[in-house]
Design a protein around this ligand. Structure first.
Ligand code: FAD
Length: 483
């Protein structure tokens, strides 16, 4: 039997890699973790979820201060934002969380952490910093990176990606965000709320292209209300550096338009980080979307697994963590556990937030599944009224048998509201469980109960039930009727 240096080697110290390393090591597996950056934590901690949510919070507070009168408070004349203070706060939040993702903590769990850019020598041996190590199993968890689009001129300008914006010292006075996906939308709204003049340039004719049009439209309406420019259905032709900034030429509905700004942020998709891995040496197959894996997350080499963004599937931190758990089941316990994304949730943290669990209408149509929808509006929720956050709705997508296919929520705290559905749907709890469960009043979570009740109430308050009760108990029927 071959004698390897490690039982498991993990390449990439982000959400997926850290999950595998921590879990495997605590199960007595000799584990190596290789990270190319000087700190663990990956994109989520340093350039993704954490800094973006911290920025969103600062922007949201400033926005509310600017709109103090909406809450019956005195109008405030605010000084402009000192962006350095905002990014200092972001960095201090990252530093606090870093402790949890530190080398010391992982060493205390038994993981050997090494720093360097890893590449395969063969299917069991990896090289970094001129050093070679072998492992029985390898896990590829190198994540993804922002893609620069094949737009003429883009390669000649100094544009920003998510790697640049969280350490800036100054707020740009104007910004074009290329890409209206989750990252583009979250960042566009934040910069606009902090005082930049922002336009979103989006190829698709709606922002958040994976979401249902009616849900995305509610986000778009909020953006318009806040003065964010939306250039949709935009086929970008060229980006040029001009005096004091950049201009973008695009075609839309047959006409050519030009927009200008100080800075360009490209948030137009992600590509797997596989360039440096030399996967050919290990015989691992991949394509432009990512490393090919089966439903147990095994690559074309059965002892090499892949998890997280590198697979090109669902690029979320919670998906990466979940996939890390699947890898542990398969590689450590040697149990054939498969991935199941049926109830995978996600959320875009704009205001209003847009959250999704399971199928939306677009997905149901694509899968040619017959469905019905039930909706409930935030405007009818007492807490949403009290909060002054009445935009949005919840949409339940049901199959023919009235079983949930998915839930879509756009509105105040949609991401938090989705969590109840995640638990209920995973537990296979029926809609009646949600409808009959007491929810605290007044909370926006009552919207979950209300939409579930909406499916059931026509059956309860039906003529048939009324007639049956009347027959048995001799009820006399309506006491009042409007003319
Ligand atoms: C702006 C932004 C906001 C986001 N917001 C959210 C959010 O709110 N919620 C959410 O769920 N997701 C969010 N995401 C997505 C989330 O960050 C990713 O899905 C998650 O980080 C993927 O984890 P991962 O482990 O696959 O990759 P990563 O976290 O990127 O980790 C990969 C690691 O591998 C290292 N690496 C790469 N190549 C090598 C090599 N050859 N050798 C050694 N190390 C290597 C990298 O340095 C990196 O540390 C956001 C992303 C961005 C960009």
């Amino acid at each position: 039997m071959a004698n390897y240096d490690y039982d498991i080697g993990v390449i990439g110290g982000g959400a997926a890699g850290l999950t595998v390393a921590a879990g495997a090591s605590q199960l007595g597996v000799k584990t190596l973790l290789i990270e190319k950056e000087p700190k663990l934590g990956g994109d989520c901690l340093h350039y993704g979820c954490v800094p973006s949510k911290a920025l969103i919070k600062s922007a949201s507070v400033y926005h509310k201060m600017r709109h103090a009168e909406d809450y019956g408070l005195p109008k405030v004349n605010l000084p402009p934002v000192d962006f350095k203070q905002v990014t200092d706060r972001i960095q201090s939040i990252i530093d606090t969380i870093q402790v949890h993702d530190s080398e010391e903590r992982f060493c205390s769990l038994g993981v050997k952490v090494e720093y360097g850019e890893a590449s395969f020598v063969d299917d069991h041996v990896v090289e970094f910093n001129g050093k070679r190590v072998s492992a029985k199993f390898w896990v590829l968890a190198t994540g993804s990176e922002a893609v620069g689009l094949p737009i003429p001129g883009l390669d000649k300008i100094d544009y920003w990606t998510n790697k640049d914006i969280f350490t800036l010292e100054e707020l740009p006075s104007s910004l074009i965000v290329v890409g209206g996906g989750p990252i583009g939308c979250e960042m566009a709204q934040s910069f606009a709320r902090l005082g930049s003049d922002v336009r979103i340039l989006q190829r698709n004719c709606q922002v958040l292209a994976a979401e249902d049009e009616d849900m995305a439209e509610i986000v778009q309406d909020a953006f318009k209300g806040e003065g964010i420019g939306l250039d949709l259905c935009a086929d970008t032709k060229e980006i040029r550096a001009v005096d004091g900034g950049y201009e973008v030429e695009y075609e839309c509905e047959g006409s050519t338009r030009i927009i200008k700004a100080d800075k360009i942020l490209v948030a137009a998709g992600r590509a797997p980080s596989i360039g440096s891995l030399k996967l050919e040496n290990a015989g691992v197959e991949y394509d432009l979307r990512g490393v090919n894996v089966d439903n147990r997350l095994r690559t074309s080499q059965k002892h090499i697994f892949a998890a997280g963004d590198i697979t090109g599937k669902y690029q979320f931190t919670h998906a990466a963590g979940y996939e890390g758990g699947i890898v542990i089941s398969n590689a450590v316990f040697r149990l054939p556990r498969k991935v199941d994304y049926t109830w995978l949730p996600w959320c875009t943290y704009t205001e209003p937030e847009l959250a999704s669990v399971g199928m939306n209408e677009k997905a149901a149509k694509k899968a040619e599944i017959e469905y019905t929808i039930y909706e409930e509006k935030f405007v009818d929720n007492d807490r949403a009224q009290a909060e002054g956050a009445t935009a949005g709705k919840i949409k339940l997508v049901l199959d023919k048998k009235e079983k949930p296919l998915g839930v879509q929520i756009v509105g105040h705290h949609a991401g938090e509201l989705a969590a109840e559905w995640v638990a209920a749907l995973n537990a296979k709890a029926g809609l009646s469980t949600l409808a009959s469960a007491m929810h605290p009043y007044p909370t926006v979570s009552e919207i979950n109960k209300r939409v579930a009740s909406k499916v059931l109430s026509p059956k309860l308050f039906s003529d048939k039930v009324r007639k049956t009760l009347g027959f048995i108990f001799d009820y006399k029927g309506r006491a009042c009727t409007l003319d």
